[in-house]
Design a protein around this ligand. Sequence first.
Ligand SMILES: [Zn+2]
Length: 204
Amino acid sequence: MNRILEGSFFAGVILTTTLVRAADAVPLSVRIYNYAEVPESVLATAQAEAIRIFLQAGIEVTWLPCAGSDEEFAKSPHKFSDCAQATGAVILRIEPKSLDGQAVSKHSWLAAAQSQRAEVFYDRLRQFAADQDCTPASILALVMAHELGHLLLRGESHSSHGIMVPKFRTQELRCAQKGELLFTPAQAQRMRDFQNLFLTLGRP
Ligand SMILES: [Zn+2]
């Protein structure tokens, strides 16, 4: 269990507020579907870390929890009201299992992103986290931020270093422990430009 990585998330969230003032950040709303039933504490930790990563790039993520079924919505409609009313948000789905062949042909076997929607395959993610001696929350944060990065960067968006590497290796995970696995300044600028354009003209 990687306790250092887990602990750095909370420190990072506090630190970030001093680095980037939210008022200056470009807003990004994300409708999130937790089909994998990731425990709330794990998801909350991952979401907080993803917020920190994006704030470092000058983007303020707002997570909008969405119901996975009509039954779930009926149980607590107030919890999902922001999701139901959201317009212009991108979508992130945490799927319990990957389908055969899904994402294998893409850049990553942990997740996929296309147009306005990203998917994370939690079965693979948990296994990867265990193999790397990391917490699922820490890897979920990185993968969610990476996939949302694809949605905002469009086109070729991988890089040789930072959070947009095609695959997380030991050196990236070591950087993540220190809260230093981030978007490059050029990627941050591209994402802000794209999101600002969307906020003005609408998402393509
Ligand atoms: Zn990728």
